[in-house]
Design a protein around this ligand. Structure first.
Ligand code: HEC
Length: 113
């Protein structure tokens, strides 16, 4: 799926809601595991902190990277919807990246009685 028809990020500017959703996805979908919670990178993956200013990383290219993965990055085309990927791109390209709300504790399952 190389061409996304009318993706949300093509609109002049991503909405704050998208940026926030992307921040949560970035944390919850495991991106932080390799790229770090602060986006500064880890031994596993490069920093994404300044990707917004990197002209080589267009929204299209970021989208493709997330969809298809890379050398050591797994593809997320099966686990993320186009909309979620657009949210992640909005987050990565946000001028001021929103801080995601605190991680929820382990999925709340009904407590034993
Ligand atoms: C298993 C580790 C791993 C996970 C999980 C991971 N990445 Fe990556 N990512 C990498 C590596 C390694 C690279 C460097 C290029 C390559 O090998 O693919 C990379 C590159 C990137 C790039 C391009 C930036 C660059 O300088 O190469 C983007 C954008 C990116 N990742 C976003 C994400 C997002 C968003 C997620 C979560 C949906 C994610 N990554 C999850 C390992 C990971």
């Amino acid at each position: 799926m190389a061409s996304l028809a009318g993706p949300a990020w093509a609109a002049s500017s991503a909405t704050k809601a998208q940026e926030k959703a992307g921040a949560v996805l970035f944390r919850d979908k495991g991106c932080t595991y390799c790229h770090g919670a602060d986006l500064l990178g880890t031994k596993k993956a490069p920093s994404l902190a300044t990707i917004r200013k990197d002209k080589a990383w267009t929204p299209e290219k970021i989208t493709t990277q997330i969809l298809d993965g890379g050398q050591k990055m797994p593809p997320f085309s099966d686990s993320l919807s186009d909309e979620e990927i657009a949210d992640l791109v909005a987050y990565l390209r946000a001028k001021k990246r929103p801080i995601p709300p605190p991680a929820p504790a382990a999925a709340p399952s009904a407590p034993p009685k």
